[in-house]
Every structure is written in C-alpha cells, then in structure tokens.
Design a protein around this ligand. Structure first.
Ligand code: A2P
Length: 269
C-alpha cells in the first residue's frame, strides 16, 4: 500500500493516514483492531491514556513482524495527570511496552498546560518523545503556548472534516509549521448519507468515507479514521489512487456547518 507522509518540524516524517483507536476497548479489541490495521498497511497508530487501550495497542505492535521504528506511535497526556506529566509518560511507555513515543500530545487545553509543556520539552530533549504536540487547541491556546515556551508544537490534533472545516485554524497552524491532525474525520459516521458527498463519491467510484479522508489529505492534514471492521479499516487507507479536483474540493469545503461531534474547546480556559 502506497502511503504519503508529511514532514514534522522535528524533521521526522509522519504517515498521513493513521489509525485512531478512541472507543476501541477493552485491550483485546484494540489488539485485534490494530493487528488488522497493520496488516492493511497502516504504519501510524494513535492512542491515548484515556482510551484505556494502550496495553492492547502495544501488544499488537510487538506481536507484529514490523520493526518498531517503522511504526509511528502517538499517545497523550490525560487531563487528570498534569500534576506529574513525566510519571504519566513513563506509565504510558510501560503499558505500550516500548522505549519511546513518536509523538506525545497534551490531550486537552487544561489550565496546567504551559507547565506540562515544559516537562514535555524535557522528554523531547531526552529523546524519549521524538516529537511533542497538542490536541484540541484553538488559535488562542496555541498563541499563548508559543509565547511562553520554547518549542513550537509539531501537531495540533482537532476534530476536522468537511462539515467542520476550520479554515482559520488550519491557516494559522500551516503558517507556524504545525501539522493539523484530523480526528473524527468521518464526523463519527453521521454524514455519510449527505447527497453532495455521495455525488462526489459516485463520480470518483469511491465511497463517502474515502472522499472525506482524501479531502483532508489534499488539505495537507494527517487523517485519523477509526473502525473496528477489517473491510472498513482497509477501505479507509485505500485513498492514494485518485485525486479530487479543485472545483470538487471547493464543493466539499462548502459543506461546512460547524458540526462538532466531539468536544468544543473554544471556551476552554
Ligand atoms: P465501525 O467501527 O463499525 O466501522 P470517526 O473516525 O469520524 O470518529 O468515525 C468512526 C465511525 O465511523 C465509527 O462508528 C465507524 O464504525 C464508522 N466508520 C469507519 N469507517 C467507515 C467506513 N469506511 N464506512 C462507513 N462507516 C465507517
């Protein structure tokens, strides 16, 4: 499977389609799903402490025949663990049964974020986290962080799909060299029957989910679809044999209705 990658501000390359594991639990289900994922050609797995599946993800990676350094692994610092981010990181390493994390993220912009970021800068300097980034940050949160700390986040992982086209945030991140990672890129499956999406999918002989993923890729983002079904896992990465034209991209951009299927961090202090 041919996969495209994007360069992070660390110089490392991140596979543009990753597998999101939110809600895939217990550990046995995560192990099964990640195993299918690796077999389907994914080399980028996104988990988090709060998904409660790090052990299963680690088992799938370690049981596969793929060398660890060929898999890009992300996990995240949960809101209640900011008192000791280093201890939280070490526990994630242990559960994932690995020596390093490719990308460690602040999961949500809680108050302690700036102090925690300084610890994450240390983890980065020590080579334990190969890149550090944030999730659910708005332009305001990013500006504040960049004013008060030294390292610009490598990524900002946010909900992003044609029905939540956050153009200003994408432009801001691009200007600062921050890669946007789209979570819930399928809008949780809520919009797969949208007539415009279906019409575009028909035109390219693809299915609506593939159009949503391809749209995010062409906007220069990393995309993190999730599924527990092997056929869909394979379908969601089969998006590198076609390109959406500019007019069709514009048509999809026009679907925006600011639909949030997850958190809205706009007012997070
Ligand atoms: P399932 O796990 O049964 O495949 P998102 O990534 O935006 O959060 O969306 C995830 C939801 O979309 C899940 O409910 C998942 O269900 C569903 N889904 C994932 N891939 C596909 C696909 N290729 N076609 C249809 N539904 C999908």
């Amino acid at each position: 499977m041919k996969q495209s990658t994007i360069k992070l501000n660390t110089g490392a390359r991140i596979p543009q389609v990753g597998f999101g594991t939110w809600k895939i639990k217990p550990n046995s289900a995560a192990k099964e799903a990640v195993t299918s994922t690796l077999e389907a050609g994914y080399r980028h797995i996104d988990t988090a402490r709060i998904y409660m599946n790090e052990k299963g993800v680690g088992k799938a990676i370690n049981n596969s025949s793929i060398p660890r350094n060929e898999i890009f692994l992300t996990t995240k610092l949960w809101n209640t663990n900011h008192r000791d981010p280093r201890a939280a990181f070490e526990k994630s390493l242990k559960r994932l049964d690995t020596d390093y994390i490719d990308l460690y993220l602040i999961h949500y912009p809680v108050r302690a974020r700036v102090a925690s970021w300084k610890v994450m800068e240390e983890l980065y300097a020590e080579g334990k986290a190969k890149a550090i980034g944030v999730s659910n940050f708005t332009i305001r949160h990013l500006t504040e962080l960049m004013e008060q700390t030294n390292i610009v986040p490598a990524v900002n992982q946010v909900e992003f799909h044609p029905f939540l086209y956050q153009k200003d945030l994408l432009e801001f991140c691009t200007k600062h060299g921050i890669v946007v990672e789209a979570y819930s890129p399928l809008a949780h499956g809520q919009k797969l029957d949208d007539p415009t999406l279906k019409q575009v999918a028909h035109k390219y002989s693809k299915v609506p989910s593939q159009i949503m993923i391809r749209w995010a890729i062409q906007h220069g983002m990393v995309v993190l679809p999730k599924s527990t079904q092997p056929e869909r896992i394979a379908q969601n990465i089969d998006v590198f044999d076609f390109a959406i034209t500019e007019p069709d991209m514009a048509l999809l951009d026009g679907l925006n209705i600011n639909l949030r299927t997850c958190w809205d961090p706009t007012d997070a202090v």
